[in-house]
Ligand binder design. Structure first.
Ligand SMILES: Cc1ncc(COP(=O)(O)O)c(C=O)c1O
Length: 426
């Protein structure tokens, strides 16, 4: 029954029962961390063989190059071929780098602020202001980069098919200070949405006032399905080329949630102009990436089909955890009119919207009862969720039983916080 249709007396009774439940659950002293989308140990175990693919006697490239030494700033050719196919570009359109795509994204924007981007007139720091469009809810670390670099963030609502494109087009059309936009186009963090072809085409073709505008296409979950195979996502670089805007997009990816989250391989794919610009900037900060790790990945996966087989095994571990989360959310909160949540087909998160004004309290209650989630507001620029309603759950790291325990606590907290709000409003 919808909680809002209960009488004050009924709500008082309910809140009393929920408080008792909450106190009992709190007394269990559990400690479950659902803050970050970390792979669980059994996922990492699937990459055990990775560390055995390269030995000191056998760390040479296909042309005999000794990968123990400096150099090859854009990545070893074997890795460029593999990950170019993964990112659906040519080997000339990719840089295979270190272990973290977040570092590549930060470096890209920091150098745009300091030195500018092709197509722009001056470094972003020398312009009156520089703004970024941020589909919300979104990835907290993207927003932290903007905040740190002084890029003013503008919220754009996310829908099931991608960002609100009317709002995006209106924002970029006449304002040259809008320099870029964050996108997690497949299995978005946190909503799980995948951009439709129509959204991709509009991003590629929309008129943009700033010549140095960039879509930061963080395709972190390109292959990360939960059992039904990877969703289809139109290639934005190709769409941009077709629309006559080849330099509009910078596409990032990594194997953090394919192989090892602390020792994977990260990549940037883009037009030749953007790749040349990135290499020129990178040249100052590195003499070359960890080529041994790149070689490990090439030998371990072999080809893109090898990655796909591996992703199926990961899906088999992750899917039951997401199923438990959905089952308990449905069982405990379904039909009560106090929360909605996503049912992702890939990625690492479930995005929950509780009643307006309740997320902070839910997160506080859950934390006090031993279930940690990202602070309320964390999925919005500046940590400010205007409706204080979005909460991101990350089911990957806890076991199935821990997810069950965590969700029992979480749902009790949602009901309690919402019942209290409704009582206060009556
Ligand atoms: C959307 C998104 N991009 C990037 C990352 C981090 O990637 P990496 O480990 O390659 O730095 C994450 C990690 O959660 C993520 O969710």
């Amino acid at each position: 029954m919808d909680l809002a249709s209960k009488t004050t007396a009924e709500l008082d009774v309910l809140a009393g029962e929920l408080q008792q439940d909450y106190d009992r659950l709190r007394g269990r002293n559990i400690g479950i961390d659902m803050t970050r989308g970390k792979p669980a140990p059994e996922q990492l175990d699937l990459s055990k063989g990775l560390l055995e693919t390269v030995t000191l006697d056998d760390c040479f490239g296909e042309d005999g190059t000794d990968y123990r030494n400096y150099g090859i700033i854009d990545g070893i050719p074997e890795a460029k071929r593999l990950f170019a196919e993964y990112m659906e570009v040519t080997p000339g359109e990719i840089i295979v780098g270190g272990s973290a795509s977040l570092t590549m994204m930060y470096d890209t924007l920091a150098s745009a602020v300091l030195f500018g981007m092709p197509g722009g007139e001056s470094p972003w720091k020398d312009q009156k202001s520089a703004k970024f469009l941020c589909p919300v809810p979104g990835y907290d670390r993207h927003f932290t980069i903007c905040e740190k670099l002084g890029l003013e963030m503008i919220n754009i609502d996310m829908d099931n098919d991608g960002p609100d494109m009317d709002a995006v087009e209106a924002a970029v059309k006449d304002d040259p200070s809008v320099k870029g936009m964050w996108c997690v186009p497949k299995y978005s963090n946190p909503s799980g949405a995948t951009y439709t072809d129509a959204v991709v085409d509009r991003l590629a073709a929309m008129p943009v006032a700033a010549g140095d505008f960039r879509v930061i296409w963080d395709n972190a979950y390109a292959a990360h399905h939960l059992g039904s195979g990877p969703a289809k996502l139109k290639n934005l670089l190709q769409a941009c080329k077709d629309a006559g805007n080849p330099d509009r997009v910078l596409m990032f990816g990594s194997t953090s949630k394919i192989s090892l989250a602390g020792a994977g391989v990260a990549m940037l794919a883009a037009s030749k102009t953007n790749i040349d610009d990135a290499l020129e900037k990178m040249f100052v900060s590195t003499i070359g990436p960890d080529k041994i790790n790149q070689l490990r990945h090439v030998r371990f996966f072999g080809d893109v089909a090898g990655i796909a087989v591996h992703m199926d095994k990961l899906a088999a571990i992750l899917a039951p955890k997401f199923a438990v989360v959905d089952e308990i959310l449905e069982h405990r909160l379904g039909g009560k009119g106090i929360a909605t949540w996503t049912k992702p087909e890939g990625g690492y998160f479930v995005s929950v919207d509780v009643m307006d004004g309740c997320a902070t309290e839910v997160v506080r209650l859950a934390g006090a009862a031993g279930v940690k989630v990202v602070p309320a507001g964390g999925t919005f620029p500046y940590g400010k969720d205007p409706r204080d309603r979005n909460i991101r759950l990350a089911p990957s790291m806890p076991s199935i039983d821990e997810n069950r325990d965590a969700l029992e606590v979480f749902c009790t907290c949602v009901e309690l916080a919402c019942a209290d709000k409704l009582r206060a409003e009556k």
